[in-house]
Write a protein that binds this ligand. Structure first.
Ligand code: SAH
Ligand code: DHB
Ligand code: MG
Length: 221
């Protein structure tokens, strides 16, 4: 499918409503400068996450999968001054670049970057009885999404918003015979979501400068 129209419209919306300041521009630049994969959310998706954080009056946000800190910065900018965002990244190079970008955005005090595997860090947070989060953004490796969601529920409270990126994967989730572990992870996650009585959820499909994909949006009952 020709994506040009979707890309152009996405750029049009972005130029109007998701304008990147120098900190966000530098974050995108740091991704190519350091040969990091270009898989951060788009500017419009960053603004979307920002608005979601404002809507749930988030004081505490948890993110799985920091990359270079692009989505992190968009969300943290919706926090009140005493708010906190914890972001989890297991790749040390990504974490190093992200910390620099977070510092460059003036968000050092508001963002805590924890380096390690998401499953380990989540299990520790639960064992330590950390305070519940108001918003949780799941965007790390795709195969264990269903497990990450289970952990997220243990760190949530009624009203917590849980958003999960990349659950449509260019429509490949329709292929029941897919052998792609990322697709299978999304399929397993989406089915679990549909059967999970603890949340009410939908999936918003997205087109634009990134591939055709979707974000699951769940509210804890
Ligand atoms: N949220 C970012 C993009 C994240 S890309 C943005 O939109 O700007 C996914 C990130 O998850 C990568 O940096 C990858 O290194 C990290 N990751 C992959 N597996 C992980 C795991 N098991 N635990 C923690 N982070 C992981
Ligand atoms: C991939 C990961 C992402 O978080 C994303 O937004 C796009 C692609 C990936 O691992 O392929
Ligand atoms: Mg993603």
């Amino acid at each position: 499918m020709d994506n040009t129209l979707f890309e152009n419209v996405d750029k049009y919306i972005g130029d109007l409503l998701a304008v990147e300041d120098s900190a966000l521009k530098k974050t995108i630049q740091s991704i190519s400068d350091n040969d990091i994969p270009s898989i951060s959310v788009s500017a419009n998706q960053g603004k979307f996450l920002h608005i979601m954080a404002l809507l749930c009056h988030a004081n505490r946000i948890l993110e799985l999968g920091t990359l270079a800190g692009y989505s992190t910065i968009w969300m943290a900018r919706a926090l009140p001054v005493n708010g906190k965002l914890v972001t989890v990244e297991f790749n040390e190079q990504h974490a190093k670049v992200a910390q620099k970008n977070i510092d460059g955005a003036g968000l050092t005090a508001r963002i805590e970057l924890r380096v390690g595997k998401a499953a380990d860090i989540l299990a520790k947070m639960i064992a330590d009885k950390e305070e519940a989060f108001d918003m949780i953004f799941i965007d790390a490796d795709k195969p264990p999404y269903a497990e990450y969601f289970g952990y997220a529920l243990s760190l949530a409270k009624p009203g917590t918003l849980i958003i999960c990126d990349n659950v449509i994967r260019d429509g490949k989730i329709l292929d029941k015979n897919s052998t792609d572990e990322n697709v299978k992870g999304a399929q397993r996650f989406n089915k679990m979501l549909s059967q999970n009585a603890k949340v009410t959820a939908t999936i918003v499909a997205t087109v634009g400068v990134k591939e055709f994909d979707g974000m699951a949006i769940a509210v804890v009952k």
